[in-house]
Design a protein. Structure first.
Length: 289
């Protein structure tokens, strides 16, 4: 009877010790994983900061393109034709890359709200795979074109011209370019730029302010203005994306730092408990002998 009791006393501490060592190993593995994640997020933050500085410089140069094209429509008082067939075109300006907060989600949500109102007469052009991935599940039949490889390099006027050339092949009476307008490092707003057909521009009441405008000149200007507006929207979106990614990676690094502190505290407490338990086992074994 005494031998059985002694055997039980020896087996139980060994099980507790192995359990404690397993817990220490699991915490150590998780702690190492979180530290590696923090290194990655810090590196991504530094890369995004460099890209954001470049994107902000290029945005200042691109804004006159978009603002000048919009002033032409405003001063001419261009409006959609009321008796025209309702054919709407929506252009979602996003990119192919993620880990940048809700930049792509806000644009896709605005497009989705438009599609909820009238999906039969609405076509969508996705600039970037992120908007396509969000919209294609419910409104895949409305997507007529997708521009890939957006976001890896800064957008150029040549890229916007290619998209504008493909866009001009589709007929529409009204349209919108939905993009993120950059405000500050931590702020951006989802904005819209209206698009009009050739017939709507020719019927503008104050088009006579501009001299020497015939149908050929108007068509040429519409093609150029569409490329300018897309270039402007892509530059605004790129700057908003980089600033949002920089902020997101900064927050991720801070969260990883807090998790590292908690895991380190848990690891030290668990290790101290294992050491204390081993001392108790040694003292209990010595006193039993």
């Amino acid at each position: 009877m005494f031998g059985q009791t002694k055997l039980l006393r020896l087996v139980q501490p060994q099980q507790q010790q192995s359990c404690g060592m397993a817990t220490l190993k699991a915490i150590s593995i998780r702690l190492k994983s979180v530290k590696n994640i923090q290194k990655i997020t810090q590196s991504m933050k530094m890369v995004s900061a460099a890209k954001y500085a470049r994107a902000e410089r290029e945005l200042r140069q691109a804004r006159p393109y978009g603002e000048g094209s919009q002033q032409f429509y405003e001063k001419s008082e261009v409006a959609p034709l009321e008796d025209a067939k309702p054919e709407k075109l929506l252009i979602a300006v996003t990119s192919d890359r993620g880990l940048c907060g809700a930049v792509h989600t806000t644009v896709s949500r605005a497009i989705r709200n438009e599609l909820n109102e009238d999906s039969e007469n609405t076509k969508v052009i996705c600039v970037g795979d992120k908007s396509r991935a969000i919209l294609q599940r419910l409104y895949g039949k409305n997507i007529i074109m997708v521009a890939n490889e957006v976001g890896r390099k800064p957008p150029t006027f040549k890229d916007a011209s290619k998209i504008a050339q493909e866009t001009s092949k589709h007929n529409f009476t009204t349209g919108k370019i939905v993009y993120n307008r950059f405000k500050s490092v931590v702020s951006y707003t989802t904005s819209e730029i209206p698009l009009f057909s050739v017939a709507a521009i020719e019927a503008a009441p104050k088009l006579g302010v501009y001299d020497s405008l015939d149908s050929e000149v108007i068509q040429s200007y519409i093609e150029f203005s569409l490329a300018s507006l897309l270039y402007y929207a892509m530059k605004e979106g790129a700057c908003s994306e980089q600033s949002s990614r920089m902020t997101a990676m900064d927050n991720a690094s801070k969260n990883a730092g807090e998790m590292i502190d908690k895991l380190t505290l848990t690891f030290n407490r668990t290790r101290q408990a294992v050491i204390t338990r081993e001392l108790i086992e040694i003292i209990s074994g010595a006193s039993a002998l």
